[in-house]
Design a protein around this ligand. Structure first.
Ligand code: ATP
Length: 584
């Protein structure tokens, strides 16, 4: 699954260097340790040649043996330290990418979220970033240290016998041509495998988010088929990538074996004709043996990079989605407490370029203080009014003002700090009830919290819960009823001490007693705050100071309940059917 990307981003290797840059020193240290490890290994054949020489001339071999032992121990110790440093650095690169991505995803603009699958975005943060670990150690370091060791080994081989080196290189180059065909296939398969993991994440999120509905609809089997199809696609593509990776690895292995045999044959002939001595041939064969590791490392680096490049591209696609400016870490102190004035001036809006307009020139003005109710048939565009005030979306044309100033000119965090928003489906985040209430204003003191808990009639619920305010709610905690969730959402919004309260009233969530109590609370709030409410109940509209009647993306009429019943036929009909049906 691909996210829409406006223009091609930088190549994956540049992205990789960007992630690695903050850790360049530890990466260099690790790489250096690996190099020194390789160098100690490279000295061994020379010492071996000395040892054979000493033996054939009846000289003592203790010194050579001691040197060899020291080199072997140093090789092991430095190798372990180097791989630890590299692994740690790679984990830090993964951490950096995860931090960057999660911060970015929290700032995504709502239209970008509307068009993305949350499960796929999650896969990008979790599984794609994990792939950066291997790409950092295996690819970047592998290519660096493997490449350098390769060059050093080749130089040493040239030093020992240039003819045998030419033979070795001819075999290795033949294998390189085959690898050129294989490597791009690994990239394609890896990208498809990661995309399939994204699709699976999206399907899982869809099912787990509505598991009750899936069960109640008896749709488990159909959903299972979709999930399995995504899992199988990931398997298929990963197996394809594995097939090509294995082919690449074995091509390198085969090349080395062939080089070994060829060197043995040609070298044997050279020893027979006295062109070289036996010690030189043994030393050269040891170098061929040593060449194997850096070649495998370089081939591994190239194949691993193909997988990493696919992941890097997916990460970059997420980072190219439109996002809001970074919000300050601490909640902004609300600069003013005066109630806000809101106005829409000829606002036209649609959710996406390929969707019809939802607002066709909406205009209204709400003075500070008091309650304004928005009513109208389902789909008229009432909730959209709130989304635009919060700047979840920007209008296509027209202007929305808060205190007479275009909301587009407000610093976003300051704008939202002025507003308390109670959504229609009032989500509860998993965590304690206290966390949920203090989400928008964690510094609230205990007295203020207790007051709001009481006014929103949550005190009974708190008394009933086993750990009171610290009881876990939401996922893996106590499930709250629809009405309780709504009261929590109202309390959360009030604790933000908003200058403008947006209340998207859900139908039939509250029982009569709680509804009456909350009506009084909201009426109280409206004395000092501007309250806008999408109203579905007669009790709400009758107490509103003004009612805005919306129909099909336009404002039909504005007035009080009494005025509108007399003047507006649609409102009169709504009052007679929709509102009366839920009146107390
Ligand atoms: N995120 C979105 N993306 C695309 N279309 C949307 C989105 N949200 C709402 N719409 C569409 O915009 C139109 C107006 O929706 P809105 O939620 O504002 O209506 P409403 O008047 O609040 O309805 P209700 O009373 O049923 O809640 C609807 O046709 C809806 O399908």
């Amino acid at each position: 699954m691909s996210l829409a990307q406006p223009e091609p981003g930088p190549p994956p290797w540049r992205l990789l260097l960007g992630y690695v840059a903050p850790h360049r020193w530890s990466l260099l240290t690790g790489a250096l340790l690996s190099l020194v490890t390789g160098a100690t290994g490279l000295l061994l054949p020379l010492v071996a040649r000395e040892l054979i020489d000493d033996l054939s001339h009846d000289r003592a071999i203790t010194g050579a043996l001691l040197l060899m032992s020291a080199l072997v121990v140093a090789n092991a110790a430095l190798g372990a330290l180097g791989s630890y440093v590299l692994r740690r650095t790679a984990e830090s690169v993964v951490l950096g990418a995860r931090r960057a991505l999660s911060s970015y995803l929290l700032r995504l603009r709502i239209p970008a979220v509307d068009r993305s699958e949350p499960g796929d975005l999650m896969a990008r943060i979790t599984s794609d970033t994990t792939l950066l670990r291997e790409v950092t150690t295996d690819s970047l370091v592998g290519l660096g240290t493997g490449g350098l060791t390769l060059v050093a080994t080749v130089v040493m081989m040239g030093f020992v016998d240039p003819v045998l080196l030419a033979v070795t290189l001819a075999v290795v180059l033949a294998a390189g041509t085959v690898l050129g065909v294989i490597v791009p296939r690994i990239n394609r398969a890896s990208r498809q495998a990661q995309d399939a993991v994204g699709v699976m994440g999206a399907s899982l999120e869809r099912v787990l988010g509505a598991l009750r509905t899936v069960k109640a609809s008896g749709a488990e089997h159909r959903e299972e088929v979709t999930l399995h199809a995504a899992a199988e696609e990931s398997w298929r593509q990963s197996v394809r990538a594995a097939k090509w990776s294995a082919a690449a690895g074995n091509t390198a292995g085969l090349a080395m074996q062939s080089a070994f045999i060829t060197v043995l044959a040609v070298g044997g002939a050279r020893v027979a004709t006295d062109a070289i001595d036996i010690g030189t041939l043994v030393a050269f064969l040891l170098y061929v043996f040593y060449l194997m590791a850096p070649i495998q490392q370089v081939v591994g680096a190239i194949t691993q990079y193909q997988t990493g490049a696919a992941a890097l591209t997916r990460i970059q696609e997420a980072l190219a989605l439109p996002a809001e400016d970074r919000a300050p870490a601490a909640p902004l102190p609300v600069p003013e407490t005066a109630p806000a004035a809101v106005a829409f001036h000829d606002v036209r809006f649609r959710y996406a370029d390929d969707l019809p307009y939802v607002h066709h020139g909406v205009s209204f003005a709400v003075p500070p203080r008091g309650m304004t109710a928005f009513v109208g048939p389902s789909g008229a565009g009432k909730t959209t009014v709130f989304s635009l005030i919060e700047r979840f979306y920007d209008p296509g044309s027209g202007v929305i003002t808060l205190d007479g100033r275009d909301v587009a000119e407000w610093e976003l965090a300051r704008l939202r700090a002025s507003i308390g928003y109670v959504e229609q489906d009032a989500p509860v985040l998993s965590g304690s009830l206290r966390d949920n209430l203090l989400l928008g204003n964690p510094d609230t003191d205990g007295d203020a919290l207790a007051r709001v808990v009481k006014t929103t009639r949550l005190d009974g619920l708190v008394a009933r819960l086993p750990d009171g305010l610290d009881t876990l709610v939401g996922h893996r905690g106590t499930r709250l009823s629809g009405g309780e969730r709504q009261r929590v959402a109202i309390a959360r919004a009030l604790l933000r001490r908003p200058r403008l309260l947006l209340l998207d009233e859900a139908t039939s969530q509250l029982d009569a007693v709680n509804e009456a109590a909350l009506r009084d609370t909201v009426a109280d709030v409206a004395r000092a705050t501007t309250v806008l409410v999408v109203a579905h109940r007669l009790s709400t509209v009758t107490m509103a100071d003004r009612i805005v009647v919306m129909d099909a993306g336009r404002v039909r009429a504005v007035g009080t309940h009494r005025e509108l019943v007399a003047a507006d036929p649609l409102y009169a009909e709504l009052a007679a059917t929709q509102f009366l049906a839920s009146a107390d």
